[in-house]
Design a protein around this ligand. Structure first.
Ligand SMILES: C[S@@+](CC[C@H](N)C(=O)[O-])C[C@H]1O[C@@H](n2cnc3c(N)ncnc32)[C@H](O)[C@@H]1O
Length: 258
């Protein structure tokens, strides 16, 4: 079996279409995992994935690269807090917010904390989604190491976490602001009428064609004048083709339908 055949088998087993992910980087990661598990051939590894649930979970986990942290790239969160959210609130007192590819929850909880500077927690509702069920389990549990909170301003740690030995637990009142669900950005329908969509540090893994389709879907998922917030290395080339106008570095506003 070659890599093409392997991709087809993975698509049958999961809903992950590896042909939409940048090939060189993905294949290198997969080949190294296969070797680590003591296999050399794709067909042997596929057989093993079919019968060994732990190995399958390990594969999905490895593939999805869940690295995240609270307040990742602090200056961008400051822009969101001080400029973007006030701008959105001028148009609508209630914001529909979607944190896509949210991994272990660091990002949607950060969003909830930042939004709490502008409104009571009872008014904050964030949809948070990821393709990886294991990451979502951790997100729902809301238990984090000190390391993942390193960049988070001290007052947020004080107000929204309880310390439990060396770990930090998200308080229930913050948890209630976030609804987690599984969602595949490459396949599932996007929610509509969003004021703010956060999609950071996942676009880098996708092919240009896949990204282009996603930008169209982001446009359609946003309200007019809604904002898309992307990751540090993910500028959208010719974003105006998708009626997404850059307003600040890493922030785009929808200015019409496509
Ligand atoms: C590097 S993490 C980024 C987490 C967070 N957004 C941040 O910036 O800290 C990438 C996440 O994208 C998710 N992901 C990968 N492919 C996806 C897809 N097709 N649909 C939804 N999420 C996906 C992974 O499971 C992983 O949790």
């Amino acid at each position: 079996m070659d890599y093409e055949g392997f991709k087809r088998e993975i698509l049958k087993m999961s809903d992950i279409d590896l042909s939409l992910y940048k090939e060189k980087q993905m294949k290198r990661r997969i080949d190294s995992l296969i070797r680590k598990n003591g296999y050399v051939r794709y067909d042997e590894y596929v057989q093993a994935l079919k019968i060994d649930r732990d190995m399958y979970n390990e594969f999905i986990n490895y593939l999805t690269i869940n690295v995240s942290e609270f307040y990742r790239n602090p200056e961008q969160w400051e822009v969101l807090k001080d400029q973007i959210i006030p701008m959105l609130l001028k148009r609508s007192p209630i914001l529909k917010v979607w944190s896509s590819a949210c991994s272990t929850g660091d990002e949607p909880y950060t969003l909830a904390m930042v939004l709490s500077e502008h409104m009571p927690l009872s008014r904050i509702k964030i949809i948070a989604s990821d393709i990886d069920a294991e990451a979502l389990k951790k997100a729902k549990a809301g238990v984090y190491t000190e390391k993942s909170l390193e960049k988070l301003p001290e007052h947020y740690v004080r107000d929204f976490f309880t310390k439990d030995g060396s770990l930090y637990r998200v308080k229930d009142e913050l948890k209630q602001c976030v609804e987690f669900k599984r969602h595949n950005l490459l396949k599932d329908p996007y929610p509509g009428g969003c004021d703010l969509i956060v999609c950071r540090n996942v676009l880098i893994y996708f092919t240009e064609e896949a990204k282009s389709q996603m930008y169209v879907k982001f446009n359609r998922a946003l309200k007019d004048q809604g904002v898309l917030f992307i990751g540090s290395t993910e500028q959208i080339i010719m974003s105006t083709r998708y009626k997404l106008t850059p307003i600040k570095t890493f922030f785009y506003v929808k200015d019409g339908d496509i």
